[in-house]
Design a binder for this molecule. Sequence first.
Ligand code: SAM
Length: 357
Amino acid sequence: MLTSPETWTQGDIAALLRTRDPDEIEEIRAAAEQVLLRECGDAVHLRGLVESSNVCKCDCDYCGIRKSRRDVERYTLEEDDILACAHLIAELGYGSMVIQSGERSDQKFIDLTARAVARIKRETRSGDLPDGLGITLCVGQQSRDVYQRLFDAGAHRYLLRIETTNPDLFAKIHPKEQTLASRMECLEVLREVGFQVGTGVMIGLPGQTVEDLAADVMFYKTQDVDMFGMGPYIPAPDTPLVAQDCPPAEDRLRLGFLMIAATRLLCRDVNIASTTALQTLHPHARETGLRFGANVLMPQTTPPERRRSYQLYAGKSNLDENAATFRTELEARLKAIGRRIEVNKWGDSRHAVRRMQ
Ligand code: SAM
């Protein structure tokens, strides 16, 4: 029997995440779905995902596009290519897009991103989208000035995953120049600049415990975050972490769903994405994630010829996703689970809207 989330301790969340009994998992799922429908409604918000560059200055031990991987063909989309993706996303009625890239602080890339954002805002305006597409950025740790510039250009949401709130684990999977403290600071700065802020963690990292994940969920609540993107860790070839054991795929999948449910039950009116990493572990997992309380999907809209170069991990599932057919197929699949696509809306989280009022 689920206790009231308001009184949850880290131990209570850890107990929830340890659940393996199918009836108990169904009880948690149904409770999370009920909170979602009550607090956010039945809409699923779509954000077309554009992976604008796989060039990265970081060497994270888990990541398939880390700087040290020599066999990755590096690319950066031209401004016009990003614009073409944006027009497609607007035509498909998604209402919003995410621009994601490896971490780069070179002036050329910041200029390119700021110019592309400003043009997207101008050039995707229409009767359906009077203020143009909503833009979420996911381009890593940057200075306050850069965040301000990207915000002023017209982006209004920013996703920066914390990866894990356990400082020892964070230190183990990142080079020493990357710190948990500076990532936390970036989340603060993003909020001060005016962005709606999203974060998240990887689930099932080597050496990560259920208590760590419970602490991550507690952190979400205390930080008053607007949106979440979290998903299972998936080993990437030719990375330092690939040699270390992680929980079996079925455990990472179950934990992925339970993390979504725990976050929904505790944080209530936030947006939560059902991620590609989930789907990589099971073909229907993105829809299952929606049934556990998620309400955002990020369909692949990177130009098809570039997708294979943006492989964060082995077997990334969305390489062949066809943007045009995806929406039609999704509509039917969502109907079957009592949900609907929201068309031509930015789909900000109710949490962010309330916070900013
Ligand atoms: N550079 C930006 C940043 O650091 O926020 C965005 C790109 S980064 C590749 C996006 C996310 O991919 C990371 O925050 C991480 O959680 C996730 N990721 C990278 N490697 C992964 C792996 N092997 N398994 C699962 N997720 C992974």
